[in-house]
Design a protein around this ligand. Sequence first.
Ligand code: SAH
Ligand code: MG
Length: 971
Amino acid sequence: METEGASSVTVRKNTQTPKAMIHQKFGANACYTHEEVHESADNGCPGLAIEQKGPCLYRCTLQLPEITVVSGIFRKKKDAEQAAAQLALEELRINPVTKSSSLPETWDGLVSRVKYVFSEEFLSSLHPLSGHVRAAWQREGRLAGLIPACAIAVFDATLSNMCKSIDPKVESNPFLIISYVMRAAAELSGFIASSEGELWIRRQSPYPPEIIELSSIQHNPNNPEIIVSPSNQQSASPELLMVEAIIIPCSLEKNIERVILNLTSSGYYLDVIAKQLGLLEAADLMISRPIGKASSETRLHSAAPKQYLLDISSDLHAKEVRRFEGSLNARASYLSGQDIFGDAILATIGYTWRSKDLFYEDASVKSYYRMLIGKTPSGLYKLSRGAILAAELPLAFTTNAKWKGSLPREMLCTFCRQHQLSQPIFSTLSSLEESTDSSQSQKKLRVTDLAAKGTQHANGCVVATGAKETVESGGRYRCELKVYTKFQDLILECSPEDSFKKQSDSVQNASLKVLLWLDIYFRDPNVPLERLKAYADGLDLRFEPKFFVEAFMLCQSLHNVCYNEIEEGKLVYPYSMNVPNGLAGHGFRSLNIEGCDSGISPSNGSLSCVSYSASLVTEVHIKEQLESIDDFEFEIASGAVNQHLESVLIQMSVGQTACFIMDLPPRELIFAAADDSARMISLLSSETCWLEYTIRLLRVTEPLEDRMEQALFSPPLSKQRVEYAVQSIRESCAATLVDFGCGSGSLLDSLLNYSTSLEKIAGVDLSQKSLTRAAKILNSKLNSTSDVDISSTPLKSAILYDGSVTDSDSRLCGFDIGTCLEVIEHMEEDQAYLFGNVALSYFRPKILIVSTPNYEYNVILQKSTLSTPEDDLDERSESQSCKFRNHDHKFEWTRAQFNCWATELATRHNYSVEFSGVGGSGDEPGFASQIAVFRRKTLQEDYPEELSDSEHRYYQVIWEWTGNNRSISAL
Ligand code: SAH
Ligand code: MG
């Protein structure tokens, strides 16, 4: 189909090029990037002038959902691409021959393939199936040379592909391959033998003994191509290998348990597995496709539905597999995506395509549960972060630098593969910015739901140049994403409105939305359809209930088993949509924070790094550690960890350690974390258990604004603002001060370090979290005897209110001075106007100081290198070239805009206004933080009577201190 990339050197006509094959398999999920490699001219290209650098050569990197490969160096881009595609095909073990037309995909072809499998040539090859042939011939007695049909069906990809092209039904019913193999064998009588009622095939004449022996010679252990378990290497004489595997009983009542398989280096491992399952020999087995990672050798082994198989081999078009009288093993079937009957053994043993040696690894109960949670979106994320009990799928895709763990697109591709769906189809739409008015486009693109918050930086790419604003005319990308079943029925589609500067960001964003929605289902597969629909709407997603339910049929019986243990009503949805407030407090107690308060605490958007351990604890104080991580970093307020952890963390400061108890998470998570699952099972069944967390806050990386304010200004910009305010307060000889939007009290706190004429200070904010912190700090400072000598100041009272500065509470009227530092940009623009009006018409302080970022200064900030060593510079300049300084900012004004706001207010309410600022020299493009100082023109009280008389108490007192009796009323 694709001819453009055909490289004449490596690919013959009529054959698909590697790139075409990759395209067929991965579509838009295959991402090629080129790198120019300059070689000096004397390096092989004598024809070129010496003074020039060598010819431009290319190296190509091909990224696929599962792997990334890098080509060698080529003169043509397209050759590098083909080479990379070829490497990927090899890595993924996709055999180019099977898809090409060089082999007839017919019955005769199949028969000759089976014949080839029993040839001497095949036995000496490195084909994984040759290991089986050899092992089977090394058996003694009756079983010598009997090759299980299932091994041929499963381990020869060429053969199974041929079956698929002969009969497309094979795709959905792998049992059919076995039948085809048996039928082909029947046509080869004379050369190979089979037996009525049995599922094995044997070569009539034994192989010459030299070939068997030759091929079992140990090869060079130094050859890096060969994958052998370390303990496996020195096997000279037959040696006993004890391999751990697990049994998945058919009955859901029985636990998953560990079994030890006693293999010998010379025996046939499938016989041992068969025996463990109560079967006679390997030919009675059925082997599943590999489970887990793409390159995995982990498979499920179970009883072959013999009766059924022999039935269909006599009449290939009859009956359905589910009619087999055995019982379906739900857990095993769910794990493999194939029908599996009876008890099953999960083991990682086999011959690999690169080695004749038996490869094995232990498979533990833990690995089973990891595979199980790895089939859920948040499980995939937890595994990729290696923090099963802590990490949750973040609610927002922010930047690559802040995203920890596998990226959403990767996870979605893995998810689809694991559930035997087609690979998701991404289509990105590029569009030019529709509006040329920046403030309008900012408004239009403004997103308010939490899930989209992290994308704000990418919306409305406005670039300031001097005092003028221009809208960058580059294209923006939106992504549409579709997920189909393997039969190409559409399951769901997602087309978010959000647009991005980078194409890949739009893909990641859409992928995350799909993952978040799927995760709601996996947390509770019984969630009613209407509920799912409502969540889908919130995520710009549409789904086809019929195909969706079909695709995830078995999830209900399995994930439910684990989740229904959460008591009714306690199920915590991690998503903001429709979640009742306060739910986060459930099932969590005895918090104890130790260590002194360093004052460095995480805030929204900052990165926190913690070490933690989570243990199972019982009433009688048995403690078993489940998980322990030394260095775990995540973004605050992006829903990136379990809610309890985050709610604890925001109360801590760097250096402190917290300990708390939580209700148990679902058992599948416990078993996925625990090394000794048998012990866990016995503890869980005999005692009441909880989860105990010990967590230490190691460091906090501030959001960009704070980092920038500290890195680029000395003293830090925040400090300069506070100093500016303190200076004005001292000059004004004010006796009363109100700090509008006081936050954690940085200004009020600093004021206490200076001697001022203030008698009364007040702060108001609507963040309880910040107010609590402010109260703590002020309280300890005002009540300590050593810190500051309060008695030498006139200060008599301090008070903190919880409320909005746009509400007119009469207790804040008539203060001498009001401050409002870096607050208005956190409100919608209309609210900022409202605040201005309320402040100057109702509160009417003699002086009002308002500061806000100067948007024009951002050019300078963004040019400066702000990267910390772990940040990727390219990523930062492209995707994190944040429009605003802080993701919570609703706007940032130019000097002209701020001027306009302030002048209009001043005129209307009879104030004068002066402009100034901090940070930078004040020359073009102005100060980093711009400041307006309003002064009331009539200093005599000029309140409208009706306002000052009536009492309006909208605010709630959060904390209060009065110098005389030092009474405290805490929250
Ligand atoms: N003035 C502080 C905090 C600035 S951060 C300082 O300079 O350190 C902005 C603060 O404004 C946040 O604490 C936020 O909770 C608060 N805020 C935003 N809108 C508000 C409103 N309508 N009423 C009161 N506080 C508000
Ligand atoms: Mg701000």
